[in-house]
Design a protein around this ligand. Structure first.
Ligand code: FMN
Length: 169
């Protein structure tokens, strides 16, 4: 099934990570969520890798601060049954260690409500942070990437994670 990498960004880091994913998965499509005419474009591919930064620290909702926030409102009323979703979150574990990559959880919850099969959960080992809404039952609900403090680890994290989930895409 066709895979598309969807991303939205404020300062470019999530876009860079989406580009790295595209290099690792050359057959995948690449789509900036900001440039979509409607959230319905998310329904086109069979599997989606969704890359989302966290901003709006401490807010109860709309944690991405990007075009994802509008999609997150719409996704629960859409139908993603039979679709496979994997999530990549960008955050800063040093400056925002009480809210590390919180926005991943909003995407996870929205797609869960829409019936999607969500893959690519990640153990918390190897990350230094205090709290994250995105830790569910002891695992991150997607792959956290910290370009602010651990950019030297990003490529290895992406490629190891992708190798694990590739058979399910
Ligand atoms: C004002 C501000 C608020 C932020 N809030 C959070 C946060 O709550 N949680 C987190 O993990 N990272 C937070 N970050 C870090 C960003 O998520 C991180 O730099 C990310 O890589 C930005 O991605 P982008 O360049 O694609 O927008 C914040 C950064 C700034 C400057």
């Amino acid at each position: 099934m066709a895979t598309t990498i969807f991303f939205a960004t404020s300062t470019g880091k999530t876009s860079d990570i989406a580009d790295q994913l595209k290099e690792l998965l050359p057959d995948a499509g690449l789509q900036d969520v900001d440039e979509m005419s409607s959230a319905r474009e998310l329904e086109v591919p069979g599997s989606l890798i969704c890359c989302i930064p966290t901003w709006n620290t401490g807010a109860d909702e709309a944690r991405s601060g990007t075009a994802w926030d509008q999609c997150i409102e719409e996704i629960p009323s859409m139908n993603f049954a039979g679709k496979t979703i994997a999530i990549v979150g960008l955050g800063d574990s040093a400056s925002y260690g009480d809210y590390f990559c919180d926005a991943m959880e909003e995407l996870y919850t929205a797609f869960s409500k829409a019936g999607a099969n969500i893959i690519g959960k990640v153990p918390t080992d190897g990350y230094t942070f205090n709290e994250s809404k995105s830790v569910l039952n002891g695992m991150f609900c997607g792959l956290p990437i910290d370009e602010d403090n651990e950019s030297d680890l990003s490529h290895e994290r992406l490629s190891n994670w992708l190798n694990l989930i590739k058979p399910q895409l």
